[in-house]
Write a protein that binds this ligand. Sequence first.
Ligand code: ATP
Ligand code: MG
Ligand code: MG
Ligand code: MG
Length: 561
Amino acid sequence: MRQSKFFMPTLKEAPSDAVAESHKLMIRGGYIRQVTAGVYAYLPLGYRVLRKAESIIEQEMDKINVPEMIMPHLLPATLWQESGRYKKYGPEMFKLKDRHGRESLLGPTHEETFTEIIAKNLKSYKQMPMALYQIQTKFRDENRPRFGLLRGREFVMLDGYSFAATRDQLDEQFNDQENAYKRIFKRAGVSVHPVIADSGTMGGKNSTEFQAPAAIGEDTIATNEKGTYAANLEMAKSIDTFKQDPEDPKELAKVATPDCDTIEKLAKFLDVPATRIVKSILYIADGQKVLVLIRGDKQINEVKLGHVLDADEVHEADTKDLKEITGSEKGGVGPVNADWADKIIADETVKDLYNVVVGAGETDYQYKNANLDRDFKVDEFADLRVANEGEPDPVDHLPLKFTTSIEVGHIFKLGTYYTKTMGADFLDQNGKSKPVIMGSYGIGVTRMLSAAVEQHLTERGVAWPKEIAPFEIHIVQMKMNKDDQTELAEKLEKKFSEKYDVLYDDRKERAGVKFADADLVGAPIRITVGKKASDGIVEVKRPTDAKATEMSIDELDKFVN
Ligand code: ATP
Ligand code: MG
Ligand code: MG
Ligand code: MG
């Protein structure tokens, strides 16, 4: 590809509203342009990267025998009414009416569509296990679209759906997908932690997020050094206690310490190690005389990390307040998930700031009237915890390290939720009718590209991982009016194009401009054809090299291949 013909509008400066480095790079490099908030045009450079990522996905899905297909973007509301999600999904759904007044929507995800078209057509156990996927534009009216492709309102997603007759089949499909996803991220050069993302209502692990560590990430994951534990923050803090009623706990008090908007800051404020906050729901910190309720709030990194009552408020907190706070008759922890026995809660006697109650199960709280200082050293809280069955208990894996990260993928064992509510049954071996068992699997393809950039920034640009680089080789000719340079550059372009994607900078531009643009293209190999062209000598540089290296054409051949 001749660069003189390649539409790549580069900029010296990133627009002032771009915060994320990947966003800046993609705008400056002419990869994308915003059309409206959270909606982007993929220019030739950006589209090449996208297509490469898609092709990795296609190859890896082929390997696990999952065929590709495509569903419509425009969906009838009736489909979502059937599943009960039309109302539940909330304001993120783009809704519209057609000319006859029928309600429609633009697909934010496709569980319903796949249940309707695929699951309902699987009539016998003999047709399963079966899985399908698509790579498709999704629409979500995000409250705060931002960071370029990281949180768009229109974005490309790989979404896959599996259909099984037995739970074992589902487990196997989930494993296949998980392994394929690991290979996809590896090939795309995105380093990820697969983390536990759900408590497993179906028993055992039923949801994994793929989290790519990056400073700009909106999520936080907890991992330990031994590598025996990795979970998203919600899980690590066992916040699913409140899951049954995500709106809860009620606004129990103002956030008394507006500075405590991260775990680290809160820990510092309480003068306890950050690891102590991992699983505590209600925490009574001696000395500081504060009561802390850490919520399962996704915006944990923003402001609502926890409610902190100051000492006076705590003294005033009577049983009624605590009942309200926790939604429990006993003034303890609210809707208690039977799986959790480690409720560290406060009852009305908290007035003196020393009594804690340890809940042990859904209905049967074990009250323990204890002096925090005397009976429990803060570290001994750990002993009171019982892990959720089938899940590693974070406490066994302390100390945990918190890392901000980007959710690039998410896989679920859905079970029979959709097939039951939408009536997708099959006949099992004994001729008995049963609901199809489903799984769903997603990668934010465009988000993944931003994650790749975030993880591979260089001083002046990006070092694209080889398999998703827009071009593998970038030939930069210094002076277009020198025939020896043109001859060599054209020869190299012809030769390498047989095997690689080559961009040839044949523009009549200054060297400085060419090099600056080349940093933004970020090809794994840059070949500069300059003064020594007539001697058959070029300069070679990888984006991460501090300096270019002179090479003969023979050496170059070896280097490239
Ligand atoms: P998030 O928590 O970041 O809002 P999500 O959990 O709502 O993401 P899923 O429903 O799990 O997203 O969708 C599957 C994948 O699609 C996500 O793992 C993510 O990589 C990607 N994705 C979700 N929302 C967006 C978005 N607004 N822009 C780009 N990619 C997205
Ligand atoms: Mg979301
Ligand atoms: Mg999420
Ligand atoms: Mg998700």
